[in-house]
Ligand binder design. Structure first.
Ligand code: NAD
Ligand code: WQD
Length: 351
C-alpha cells in the first residue's frame, strides 16, 4: 500500500520472537523501523539475522538501540532524534510461572515500562499504538470461541499486567480521544520464518509446548510431559489455538493500516488466532509428521491454572482488519522444525 511508504515505526521488544518476525514484514512492506530492546530475553544475533533476511538495501531502514523502557531517558533519546508515526509495543516479560514467583519484577517491567512509553509518546505527540495483549485476558473462558467483548479476567501476575495495560490503554484513549490504540490478543504463537534463520529461542527449559517439543526433537530434552489426559476433549488433552508467527506478523501490518486509515478506531481489541482448536496430542502427531522424529511423551497430571479448551473467534479481525490466518498446524510444525533442525541450539553458535 503506497501510503505506508517511509512511515516510521518504533518497535519495542523487536529483538524477540514475535518482534523479529514482524520487523522483517514491516521492512518488506516499506516501513522504516527502529527497535528498542534491552536484550533481556533476546540476543543481537537475532537482529543481525533480520538484516540478513531483508538484504542490505532494506537493512538501511532498520535501526537498533539497546535500551530499557524502564528508563524514560532511553525512550526520550529516540523520540528526540526522530518522529515516529506509530509504536508497536512488544517489550515485556511473559513467563507465567516466573510472574507468580516474582510479581514485582513483572509489575515493574511490564507496567512501568509501558507507562514510560505512553508518557514519552504523548510528549512527542505520537498517539498511535499497537499493543501486544494476550488470550490470557480471557482467563478460563466459560464459552468458546473467545469473543473480544467477553468478560476479562487475570489468572496470574503476568495476565494481570496484560489486563491492567489493556485498562490503562482504554482509560488513556477515553480521556484523550486523539489516541488510536489497537490491542492485539495473541492466542498461541508458534512456528518460525520459512527461511529457518529466525525463530523462538527461549532461555532455560521451555515453558511452552512447541519449544519443548522442538527441544525433544533435537535431543536436548528426553521426553515431553503431556499435562492432562483427562480433559473433556476428544483425546483427553487440552486444546489451544496455535497461530503461525508469520500470520501474527502480518496481523500487525493490518493493525497499523487500520490505525492510520480509521480515525474512529479509538481503543479496540482484536483476537489474533486461527479460530481452530488443536489438542496437545494432535500437535505432537503433527510435529512428528513434519520432522520425521518420534517425540516420546509421558502422560502427567494437569498443569495448575490451565483451561480445557481455548480458541479465538476471528470474526472481528477478519471483518475490520481484513486479516485472516493463512497457515495451519502442518505449516507451523514444518517451519518450527526447519528452524530447530538448522539451529538446534537456537542463536548460540556452538554448545
Ligand atoms: P520475547 O521475550 O521473545 O520478546 C520480548 C522482547 O522484549 C525481548 O527481546 C526482551 O528482551 C524485550 N524486553 C523485555 N522487557 C524490556 C524492557 N523493559 N525494555 C526493553 N526491552 C524489553 O517475547 P515474544 O514472544 O516475542 O512476546 C512479545 C510480546 O507478546 C510480549 O509482550 C508478550 O507478553 C506478548 N505475548 C506473547 C505470547 C507468546 O506466547 N509468545 C502470547 C501472547 C502475548
Ligand atoms: C499449551 C498446552 C499445556 C508444555 C501460554 C500463556 C499465555 C500465552 C501463551 C503469553 C497446555 C500443554 C505445555 C509442556 C504440555 N502467553 N503443555 N507440556 O498455557 O496455552 O498459554 O502461552 O501471553 O498467557 O499462559 O501455552 O504452550 O504453555 O501450553 O502438555 O511441556 O500445552 O498444559 O495445555 P498456554 P503453553
Amino acid at each position: 500500500m503506497g501510503s505506508s511508504v517511509e512511515q516510521n515505526i518504533l518497535v519495542t521488544g523487536g529483538a524477540g520472537f514475535i518482534g523479529t518476525h514482524t520487523v522483517v514484514q514491516l521492512l518488506k512492506e516499506g516501513f522504516k523501523v527502529s527497535i528498542i530492546d534491552n536484550l533481556d530475553n533476546s540476543v543481537i544475533e537475532a537482529v543481525d539475522r533480520v538484516r540478513e533476511l531483508v538484504g542490505p538495501h532494506l537493512s538501511k531502514k532498520l535501526n537498533f538501540t539497546q535500551g530499557d523502557l524502564r528508563n524514560k531517558g532511553d525512550i526520550e533519546k529516540l523520540f528526540s532524534k526522530q518522529r515516529f508515526d506509530a509504536v508497536i509495543h512488544f517489550a515485556g516479560l511473559k513467563a507465567v510461572g516466573e510472574s507468580v514467583a516474582n510479581p514485582r519484577r513483572y509489575f515493574d517491567n511490564n507496567l512501568v515500562g509501558t507507562i514510560n512509553l505512553y508518557e514519552t509518546m504523548a510528549k512527542h505527540n505520537c498517539k498511535n499504538m499497537v499493543f501486544s495483549s494476550s488470550a490470557t485476558v480471557y482467563g478460563q473462558p466459560e464459552k468458546i470461541p473467545c469473543m473480544e467483548d467477553f468478560e476479562l479476567k487475570a489468572m496470574n501476575p503476568y495476565g494481570r499486567t496484560k489486563l491492567f495495560l489493556e485498562d490503562i490503554a482504554r482509560d488513556i484513549q477515553a480521556a484523550e480521544p486523539e489516541w488510536r490504540i489497537v490491542l492485539l490478543r495473541y492466542f498461541n504463537p508458534v512456528g518460525a520464518h520459512e527461511s529457518g534463520r529466525i525463530g523462538e529461542d527461549p532461555k532455560g527449559i521451555p515453558n511452552n509446548l512447541m519449544p519443548y517439543i522442538q527441544q525433544v526433537a533435537v535431543g536436548r530434552l528426553p521426553e515431553l510431559n503431556v499435562y492432562g489426559h483427562d480433559y473433556p476433549t476428544e483425546d483427553g488433552s487440552a486444546v489451544r489455538d496455535y497461530i503461525h508467527v508469520m500470520d501474527l506478523a502480518d496481523g500487525h501490518i493490518a493493525a497499523l493500516r487500520k490505525l492510520f486509515d480509521d480515525p474512529k478506531i479509538g481503543c479496540t481489541a482484536y483476537n489474533l488466532g486461527t479460530g481452530r482448536g488443536t489438542s496437545v496430542l494432535e500437535m505432537v502427531a503433527a510435529f512428528e509428521k513434519a520432522s520425521g522424529k518420534k517425540i516420546p511423551t509421558k502422560l502427567c497430571p494437569r498443569r495448575p491454572g490451565d483451561a480445557t479448551a481455548v480458541y479465538a473467534s476471528t470474526e472481528r479481525a477478519e471483518k475490520e482488519l481484513g486479516w485472516k490466518a493463512k497457515y495451519g498446524v502442518d505449516e507451523m510444525c514444518r517451519d518450527q522444525w526447519n528452524w530447530a533442525n538448522n539451529n538446534p541450539w537456537g542463536y548460540q553458535k556452538k554448545h
